[in-house]
Design a protein around this ligand. Sequence first.
Ligand SMILES: C[S@@+](CC[C@H](N)C(=O)[O-])C[C@H]1O[C@@H](n2cnc3c(N)ncnc32)[C@H](O)[C@@H]1O
Length: 426
Amino acid sequence: MHKEPIDKLVFLDFFAGAGLVELGMGPEWQCAWANDIDPKKAEVYAANFDPALYHLGDVANISANHLPSGADMAWASFPCQDLSLAGWRRGMSAERSGTFWAFWRIMRDLHDLDSMPPMLVLENVTGLLYGPEFAGLCEALAGLGLRFGAVVIDAKHFVPQSRPRVFLVAVDDRVDTAPFENAQPESSPWLPKSVWSAYLALPPALRARWTWWSLPVPTETVPDVGTRIESRPTAVEWHGSEQTARLLEMMTEVNLARIEQARKDGGRQVGLLYKRTRNGAQRAEIRFDGVAGCLRTPSGVSSRQTVVVVENGTVRSRLLTPREAARLMGVEDSFVLPSSYNQAYKAMGDAVVVPAVGWLSINLLTPLALSLCHRPYAPVVYDVSDRQAHRSISQVRASHWNDARLALAASSEYPGANNSAPSSTR
Ligand SMILES: C[S@@+](CC[C@H](N)C(=O)[O-])C[C@H]1O[C@@H](n2cnc3c(N)ncnc32)[C@H](O)[C@@H]1O
């Protein structure tokens, strides 16, 4: 029988937001379907990707037969507020509310239809690792016949933003995990204490399903946050001197000392300021270490970050622009942002960091998916500190991959056909 070559690996993007997972996965991957409940994010998605793929609405209303078949992976960046994951088997019903469970039910239905993607990725804040919720989540994955392991990737390895996020990568028994396992997990920077504690708190049956994923560490230096700052911002105005003075008044001695140090250091020093409530009082905290604090969604003014520039002895301040926020997420300037400040900032503050996803994709997810096509796995370590590097590396890989796929497609052993992903071998 003639087999059509497959061009791309295919994934489903749950809780897709502005579509940054799609940017990060790289050109080997094609998003076949995306879903989010937020119409404003759908607009951002439509301005940058194929809107026909985006299914606006509550994940709870999606049923398995709405989804394209044959995906290699399903990605779910479910809302971080939704950590109501505990007790899948502990006397609680699996028919729980919450977005994770809605996603899980769809996967269970696909599983029952023998068409669940062989790989699931769950992305969330590191709080996911704490408490009984994590065991509940692992139980739910085990219930789908999956093996799993978590890594914590801090985006500061790729962009000047401190943003640790947990990525739980789960695969079914079609995937031979052996070539991807870390022989020395104790020394991996992606496996901090929080991952070990979460693992050790699991019951033995779940620990038996755990995989310590192998993931290399980037070696390139990340440019200072100052390189991501617009020299002539149009989206925001510089604060007047009184407003800047008010911010300085909200600082503790330690933070004021940082401003003084920046004055002494001379030149142009760029710091990022964020407001926090400490002991009932609002405080302004500043850092000049070249890294921004974690971007948050702008539910209130205090969640926005402020750029502080100390130059020639003077201190100026203004809000971070949406474009700067996008740059801190590793998004190129060609990405279309909405004109509304809050809409744009929210689309970015809620999202994944593109090169962090790219790193995971190139070094783990893509090789895992390729291994399903019975292609020999050759681990390669890449330095990917920006999107451009990612793209050129991905293009090389994509062309190698297409050659390999054409060869595989010509072989009668190849399980996939008709531009779909490899079918189940179960
Ligand atoms: C952490 S964000 C994911 C962002 C996305 N991965 C990105 O990179 O832009 C979680 C998303 O879940 C969406 N969401 C919340 N409740 C939902 C629901 N019931 N159904 C579908 N999407 C939902 C939110 O609108 C938000 O965009």
